[in-house]
Design a binder for this molecule. Sequence first.
Ligand code: GRF
Length: 204
Amino acid sequence: ARIAVLISGEGRNLQALIDACADRRIDGEIVCVLSNRADAGGLLRAQRAGIASEVLSHRDYVSREAFDATMIARLRAHAPDIVVLAGFMRILTPSFIAAFAGRMLNIHPSLLPRHAGLHTHEAALAAGDARHGATVHFVNEQLDGGPLVIQGELSVRPDDGPESLAARVMGEIELKIYPQAVAWMARGELALTGSQVRLRGRIL
Ligand code: GRF
């Protein structure tokens, strides 16, 4: 499978996907990395892996629609089968979501539907959650609201702060569940029909 990855930051999820493709846990190749920020650390990871990378700064576009139209065109030039949002910090327009409907995934650092939006680790601590984690979901027009694919969870420790919790969610959960979800997708075992997710024919 041809995989495009969209980033805005450090790219730890991107790196996990690069590694999983390299050792064939994912039956696919990352054909391009697109970032909306020129300072995204993930761009260096792409370059080190020999993956074509592009920066599209939203400041160069008069509207969200114009930005998304350019992003769609740049992505289509690489003919991706799967589009992966990995810390991509932009709200996508309906036209972008429609362009890749059913083959676009996102990872969110909470146990959705709990704690949609930003600052999820602070929210989990503030709520006194005993359990917390991350979710991979299909992207639809609801922010952080698409059909769920896989979740990983862990116990919140009494001495946890936002940073320690974020680090454990990233290291113990995110970097494991995203390669798994993309591996299923790359092997054609994961499908979205309407809002129903099927994994190997079974409805999740
Ligand atoms: C991850 O925690 C992801 O869940 C959230 O943004 C962060 C991106 O980190 N959406 P990285 O760029 O993958 O290191």
